[in-house]
Design a protein around this ligand. Sequence first.
Ligand code: ASP
Length: 332
Amino acid sequence: MVSWAIAVHGGAGVDPALPVERQEEARRVLERCLQMGATALRAGLAAVDVVEMVVRELETDPVFNSGRGSALTRKGTVEMEASIMDGRGRRCGAVSGISTVKNPVSLARLVMERSPHSYLAFDGAEDFARDQGVELVDNSYFITEENVGMLKLAKEANSIMFDYRVPLTGADTCSASAGLVGAKAEGVLQMNGLPISIYAPETVGCVVVDCSGGCAAATSTGGLMNKMNGRIGDSPLIGSGTYACDACAVSCTGEGEAIIRSTLARDVAALMEYKGLGLQEAVDYAVKERLDEGKAGLIAVSGNGEVAIGFNTVGMFRGCATEEGFMEVGIW
Ligand code: ASP
């Protein structure tokens, strides 16, 4: 028997000027999800069921950038993405370009369990969703007033984009690398060429190790605000944004292009499997050595019940809970 553990995230790259009410709202949602996951784990649910359930909850709440409340493409539409991986047998499923499915993470699970494939996108994924009878909603369900306003700001910001980068110091990092590099324009931190305040870095993810030592990970996102139509980020890419095996489960968040370049989630697992590193050591190494400064973060659990967090952005919405009764939610 292993002590279960769960971690959730609601995105890396938090705006340092984020209003307190918004911080509290995010903390409340993360706490609710952790409690929900902990109750399910106490009842003996398998890791893969728990990550799907928690991510569905996050997709349904418009507070983060997944499902309802997803970031918008430059055409003002949603193209959501999600993935899920069960460490037991390394089974996985992923979807991209989703615009009518209420819970993309559950569609990813159906790809894993009921299709001969691992990854379906756009029309093919929507056809599969209809065949499977998943809950569909009108595209407008996903589009919040707040995000329409953010898209407008993002378009304006892109037209005045600054392209020089300076190191910023004094950022409070969690357990990973110190220091931060971002583009600074009149004090505005940028990611992917957008001020962090409108970049919508609030992808969600969940990793779980259950009491039999089974690990699973799931990640879901609307992607980047003002992204090109057809853009695919790290979140649905197994090995980049999501990975699970017997050793660990990992879910990443931040600038997808940087996470893809570093195959971040798989690197954490490979460091454990091939180099024999412990979970936190592997997370620290991957964040420090593989990831561009100031770009992303991740949550991870190991098959023997450990939980680890690492990021090199100013903040990351995150939380974790363990069977021993430990529970923590943090932003900075
Ligand atoms: N990684 C996501 C993407 O690039 C964004 C995020 O994590 O907030 O689509």
